[in-house]
Design a protein around this ligand. Sequence first.
Ligand SMILES: [Zn+2]
Length: 345
Amino acid sequence: MENAERPSAKRRRSDAAGPGGDASSTPTRSSDYWFDSGDVVLEAEGVQFRVHRDVLARHSRIFSDTFGMPQGEGSPQDVLVDDCPIVGLSEKSSEIKYLLSIFYDNMKAHDWRKRLPISHISILLRLGKKYEIDYLVEEARKRLLADHPAKLSEWDGMLPRQYKEIEQGNVDPCIEVIVLGHEQGLESILPSAYLRLAHAYTLEAILEFRFPSQLRLAFRVNCAVGREAIITEAEDRRKSWFSEINKLLPTTGCTALSRHMYSSPSPCPTSHSQTAENFPLWSKATFHSDVNKFAPLTEVYLKGLCPVCAKAVKAKYDGIRSEMWQRLPTYFRLGTWESLKDFTI
Ligand SMILES: [Zn+2]
């Protein structure tokens, strides 16, 4: 457990309220999780949940350890609610309510086959790590990794503004994903999260903070710098592509050439020069569009090429995509893929 304060039972009332809670005001009882048979009261932001030590201990190693320790002699200052000790928590009451809904109502309250809002994934990851609830951490990690692959081949089938495991609201989830990646030590998701952010907003919006979020300036600068670095490198790659393409096309074995050998030269180089300007990496379509900058070439980009030349063009372009993907963390000032570390549980 890192940097987490261990919850302690029998906290005094003055200690019990978390940040934002007013210790002097009367706490309210949760209408959802207040069991008469409960033997402990969790309090967060002035909301009390009367639940069961055995249930908490069954899910969380931290609660298990806490309740397993002798609580010491009771003192007159200790406040008990209905004979239950109070455990003050620093989380938001809505977060504790969400956690208890998993402990007590799992399948009744949640369909884990569906996409989850990033705010819920955030609770699973943060509280899962803090209270050592491994299956919640694993659920959050699995979803984040699925939408933020480190491998280009896994990114190929994705659209930068669509998610498989994360529900999309008004704000693109990538903002919260970046915060989680940095703060929770899940660094391998960061390069593609920044790539998603670069696709989701204009440069102006990224820098001027025109979206509601808690994204720190340093993170926004990472994104802006990376976005520009990708554009610059892609432009260099475009120039060398056109300067070298005559060496590639028509390829040896060009089938269009054999058909045209008695008339005009192969049409493959000409057809190619008409579509190559629009290849996703260096296309004039800006980042803030539906174009996935790192997408592989589809049929539309290979139009007019014979199959042999098309294959050669695709392979050469894939080489460039791979090299640039390899540098993706570097663009966003994150080091190298090898230097990015994910926490272990
Ligand atoms: Zn050809």
